[in-house]
Ligand binder design. Structure first.
Ligand SMILES: Cc1cc2nc3c(=O)[nH]c(=O)nc-3n(C[C@H](O)[C@H](O)[C@H](O)COP(=O)(O)OP(=O)(O)OC[C@H]3O[C@@H](n4cnc5c(N)ncnc54)[C@H](O)[C@@H]3O)c2cc1C
Length: 430
C-alpha cells in the first residue's frame, strides 16, 4: 500500500482521461495580498469561491489547488447525486433527519444545477434511474425497510424484483432493488472542470500550487513553493487533507476507494446493458459496490476501500474486474480500460464539518460519498457565514458534527477490525 499523498494518486482519473486535454491555470508565484484565500479547488472550494464573489464582489479571491482540476477526488468519484439524501440504512428511527436535511440538500442541488445550466457545463447531468440493489438477506431487509419509510415520507420510489432489475440493468445478481426516481448521474471530471473554469475572471485560480504552511500574525500567511499569500480570510476546502494543517486530527481519516470504467463496448455488447438508457446501482452496505452506465457503451464499477493510503493498482484492477464479471458474466470479455483510486474524508458518525476554526479561518469537508451536492452546499454556506449573510443554525443542527476518533495506533487497528467485520457482513454486496 502507498501512503496518503495530497494530490498525486497512483493512476489518473478515468473520467478526466476520457475528456479532451485541458490547460491548467499556472502555479502561483511571488507574494500576494488578498482578502480571501480558498485552498482546494474541489466542489467545496469552487462553491465557496463562487459564493464569496457573489456576496463580496469587491473582495479579491485566490483559489489554490495542489493538483490540477479534474484530477482531485471531485474528478474521481462515481457521479451520483440527487436533491434528497437518505442514509444507506434508512429506518423509522433516523427518518426524522431526512426531513431536517431535505431543504438544505435541495438548496445545494438546485444551486449547482442552475450553475451547470447557466454556464452550459457539459457534464452529462441527467435524471436517471438509480437503484439501491440488494444481493444478500441483509441488503434485502434494509431495502424493504427503506421502501416502507420512503412510503411514509411520501418519496417516489419503486421496489423491483430480480427479473425487473435484470430487464433494466441486465444482471440477475441482485435479488431486488429500490428505484428512487429523483436521482441524477453526471461526469464528475467534466463537472469540476466546468465549475472552476466558469468562475468569474476576478477570481485568480492557480493549480499545482500546494499550500505547505499556514500561520497567523494579524493576517493569515500561506506558504507555497516560490510563493506566499497574505489573506484576511482563509477557507480550507482540502477535505481529508485538512489534517496536514493540524486540524481535525481526532475527527477524520483519509480512506480511499476505487473505480474502473470499461473500454468502449461493441454495439452488440452495449445493447446487452439493460433497457434503461441511464442507470446506476448503489449498494445497501457501506462496503458494497456502486455500478453505473457511462454514456451508451461503457459501464463503471466502484468498490474496495483502504485506510490512509492507496492499494496497489494491480490489486485494484483484479478486484474490480472480478466484481464486474460477477455482475455481468455475459460481458466478461470486456476489459476495464481505466482504473483509479480517490480519497474521501471519513468521519466516524458520517457527519461533515462546517464552520469557523479560528478568527478568519473557515473549513468544510467530510462529505464521505455524497460530496457533489453536500460539498457544494457546505462551500456555499461557508461563504455566507464568512460574509455575515443568512442564518445557519438549522443547517448546523441538520448536518451534525464529526465524532471523536481514537488516536493512533488504536485508530488504525480499530479501522481494520471494523472493516473486516463490515466486509464479512457485506458479503455479496461487495
Ligand atoms: C471513487 C469515489 C467515488 C465517489 N462517488 C461519489 C458519488 O457518486 N457522489 C458523490 O456525491 N460523492 C462521491 N464521492 C465523494 C466525493 O468525491 C467527495 O465527497 C468530494 O470530492 C469532496 O469534495 P471536496 O471539494 O470537499 O474535496 P476534494 O474533491 O477532495 O477536493 C479537495 C482539493 O483540495 C486540494 N488540496 C488538498 N490539500 C491541499 C493543499 N495543501 N494545498 C492546495 N490544495 C490542496 C486537493 O488537491 C483537492 O483538489 C466519491 C469519492 C470517491 C473517491
Amino acid at each position: 500500500m502507498t501512503r496518503s499523498k495530497v494530490h498525486d494518486f497512483n493512476a489518473p482519473s478515468g473520467w478526466n482521461a476520457m475528456l479532451p486535454p485541458r490547460r491548467p491555470n499556472p502555479p502561483i508565484a511571488g507574494t500576494h495580498r488578498v482578502k480571501y484565500a480558498v485552498v482546494g479547488a474541489g466542489y467545496t472550494g469552487a462553491a465557496a469561491a463562487r459564493r464569496l464573489h457573489e456576496l463580496d464582489p469587491a473582495g479579491d479571491i485566490v483559489l489554490l489547488d495542489a493538483g490540477t482540476v479534474g484530477e482531485g477526488s471531485s474528478g474521481r468519484n462515481s457521479g451520483f447525486t440527487r436533491p434528497l439524501e437518505f442514509p444507506m440504512e434508512l429506518t423509522r428511527a433516523n427518518a426524522g433527519r431526512v426531513g431536517k436535511i431535505k431543504p438544505y440538500y435541495e438548496e445545494g442541488f438546485y444551486w449547482l444545477k442552475d450553475i451547470v445550466e447557466r454556464h452550459a457545463i457539459e457534464c452529462g447531468l441527467v435524471r436517471a434511474g438509480v437503484i439501491r440493489g440488494a444481493a444478500t438477506d441483509l441488503g434485502e431487509s434494509r431495502i424493504r425497510t427503506a421502501g416502507k419509510v420512503l412510503d411514509e415520507l411520501g418519496y417516489e420510489h419503486q421496489i423491483l424484483t430480480r427479473e425487473e432489475m435484470n430487464e433494466r440493468v441486465a444482471t440477475r445478481y441482485y435479488r431486488c432493488g429500490l428505484l428512487v426516481t429523483d436521482s441524477y448521474l453526471l461526469q464528475p471530471a467534466a463537472l469540476i472542470r466546468g465549475l472552476v473554469d466558469s468562475l468569474p475572471k476576478a477570481i485568480q485560480v492557480h493549480e499545482r500550487s500546494m499550500v505547505r504552511k499556514l500561520s497567523r500574525s494579524g493576517t493569515w500567511r500561506l506558504e507555497l513553493d516560490g510563493a506566499a499569500v497574505e489573506a484576511d480570510f482563509v477557507v480550507l476546502a482540502t477535505n481529508a487533507y485538512v489534517k496536514h494543517f493540524g486540524y481535525l486530527v481526532d475527527r477524520t481519516v483519509a480512506t480511499y476507494t476505487y473505480a474502473g470504467i470499461t473500454e468502449a463496448m461493441t454495439p452488440e455488447d452495449a445493447a446487452r446493458c439493460g433497457s434503461m438508457e441511464h442507470w446506476g446501482i448503489l449498494p445497501p452496505h457501506k462496503m458494497g459496490t456502486t455500478c453505473r452506465r457511462v454514456g451508451q457503451n461503457r459501464l463503471m464499477v466502484r468498490s474496495l476501500a483502504s485506510y490512509e493510503g492507496e492499494l496497489r493498482p494491480d490489486v485494484v484492477k483484479a478486484g474490480l474486474t472480478d466484481i464486474f464479471r460477477a455482475r455481468w458474466p455475459h460481458l466478461a470479455h470486456v476489459r476495464l480500460e481505466h482504473v483509479w483510486g480517490g480519497a474521501t474524508a471519513f468521519t466516524m458518525n458520517g457527519a461533515p464539518w462546517w464552520g469557523k476554526f479560528d478568527e478568519g479561518l473557515y473549513s468544510a469537508g467530510g462529505c464521505n460519498g455524497a460530496g457533489i451536492t453536500k460539498g457544494t452546499l457546505l462551500g456555499k454556506r461557508l461563504a455566507e457565514l464568512m460574509t455575515g449573510s443568512g442564518e445557519h443554525g438549522g443547517l448546523v443542527e441538520a448536518i451534525g458534527e464529526p465524532s471523536w476518533i481514537a488516536p493512533e495506533p488504536f485508530r488504525r487497528i480499530g479501522y481494520h477490525v471494523i472493516a473486516r467485520k463490515e466486509r464479512k457482513m457485506a458479503g455479496a454486496e461487495r
